[in-house]
Design a protein around this ligand. Structure first.
Ligand SMILES: [Zn+2]
Length: 445
């Protein structure tokens, strides 16, 4: 079908940023970075800004029990196309992770509000996507879908529990505690498409000089601590070799090399493999060391009796990730046995990714990019996003909600840092793809 495009200008994006650049900024200049924690006054201030803007543009606002803000067109239709993202940041983060999607979504809806449509439009401003404050990701979106555990409300940040912080920002944690979703099933059933525009947070688009990223899937992670127990012995008096020594550090070193070789063998077979493996900590986690002081029994004059490392895998494909993890565990077991050390696995988290975002919407995004003459490529999202939760949500007829993500480049691939930057031109191009997608209902489902 023909594409009727809606173009958003950099000036329209800039108009909002000129105000938003002052909320949560850490110095006199946006380059100083931003801190807007989950359920903080700064996060609320940005949301209130959009609530006022919405009213001025003839849109309806609704706050749910989790403190999320939903902005809608006034017309009542059976079908809705919506977009969403978040406005909180990590400590000393940037002003584009999350916020770019909200600014783009707001401008798109305010523009399309003037035009006749057969469907309603909605923007969801989710609370607390970043896990930096309370150690939980996508707090607002999880709560809205009835997926936030009651235990999570006890997590603490800056001297208060999540429940207290929610209350301070006008939310009602008692409803969340009961596991009651704040979005009714009927509302979910009426969503024809859910979209999220986000900065890439990586360098692929910039490196390849692409203006738009069509996101194929969303990676989720499994995170484990692997602890190795050897024997503390005198470094001078204990002969070399595994007959005498049970050296935890040595086993750890061989394990890390073997894990890297395992990954290389997978990558050799499939150069575009959707999997990344990271050992972020080797005997270096402050919290863990304080809790379990065994690491301090290691010494320069002793055979190491204790060692640990973190093991993170990320993929859109849970089956691939689980299979790989099984192989990795076999390798760990094999090497541990060879060096006479025992090991423990402590699973920190294991979440499900989105193997494939909606393909008809991805194809439509391709045609839109071509009609707007924007360069584009398809790529997976390495980071987690609120949209993943919507993509995993089922409607009453057991179908999932068609969900898609638009990526825009960010300078040097930097994110979660004051150096994070996307230009108004880059955001406007993403917003134009978003607005064009949201304009026509036909062809999306
Ligand atoms: Zn984000």
């Amino acid at each position: 079908m023909t594409i009727v495009s809606t173009t958003i200008t950099p000036q329209e994006i800039e108009a909002h940023y000129s105000v938003l650049n002052r909320i949560g900024v850490l110095g006199d200049h946006p380059n100083a970075g931003f801190t807007r924690a989950a359920y903080s006054d700064e996060e609320s201030a940005v949301m209130h800004y959009f609530a006022v803007q919405a009213e001025q543009n003839g849109l309806i606002t609704r706050w749910d029990a989790a403190g999320n803000l939903f902005i809608e067109t006034t017309d009542r239709h059976e079908q809705w196309i919506e977009c969403g993202s978040h406005v909180d940041t990590v400590p000393a983060g940037g002003n584009f992770d999350g916020l770019a999607g909200i600014v783009a979504g707001f401008v798109a809806i305010a523009t399309l509000n003037q035009k006749t449509r057969s469907h309603g439009l909605r923007l969801r401003i989710w609370r607390g996507e970043e896990s930096a404050s309370f150690g939980i990701t996508s707090i607002g979106a999880s709560a809205a879908l009835g997926k936030l555990s009651a235990d999570s409300l006890k997590k603490r940040h800056a001297g208060r529990s999540l429940a207290q912080a929610m209350r301070e920002q006008g939310a009602d944690p008692s409803l969340i505690e009961s596991g009651q979703p704040t979005i009714e099933q009927n509302e979910l059933n009426q969503i024809s498409a859910h979209l999220e525009l986000h900065i890439e947070q990586g360098i692929v688009l910039e490196k390849e000089d692409k203006e738009i990223g069509i996101v194929s899937g969303i990676r989720a992670s499994s995170r484990d601590w692997i602890t190795l127990h050897g024997a503390f012995d005198h470094s001078g008096a204990t002969p070399m070799g595994t007959t005498y020594r049970r050296d935890a550090n040595l086993a750890l070193a061989y394990i890390l090399v073997a894990l890297d070789e395992l990954f290389s063998s997978y990558q050799k077979e499939n150069p575009d493999i959707d999997l990344v493996q990271t050992i972020g900590h080797i005997n270096s986690n402050r919290e863990k060391n304080e809790h379990d002081k065994q690491l301090y029994n290691n010494a320069i004059s002793k055979v190491s009796g204790y060692a640990y490392f973190s093991f993170e895998l990320r993929s859109c494909d849970d089956i691939l990730r689980n299979r790989y993890k099984q192989k990795a565990m076999q390798i760990i077991q094999h090497i541990a046995t060879e060096y006479g050390v025992s090991f423990e696995i402590e699973t920190v988290s294991n979440s499900s990714g989105v193997k494939s975002l909606d393909q008809p919407i991805q194809r439509r995004m391709q045609s839109i990019c071509e009609s707007l003459d924007y360069s584009h490529r398809t790529l997976p999202s390495g980071a987690w996003h609120d949209a993943a939760l919507i993509a995993q949500q089922t409607r009453s007829d057991q179908t999932t909600i068609p969900t898609a993500m638009i990526f825009i480049p960010c300078l040097n691939g930097k994110s979660h840092s004051p150096e994070e930057f996307a230009s108004a031109e880059q955001i406007a191009k993403g917003a134009s793809v978003l607005a064009t997608l949201m304009q026509q209902h036909v062809g999306l489902v």
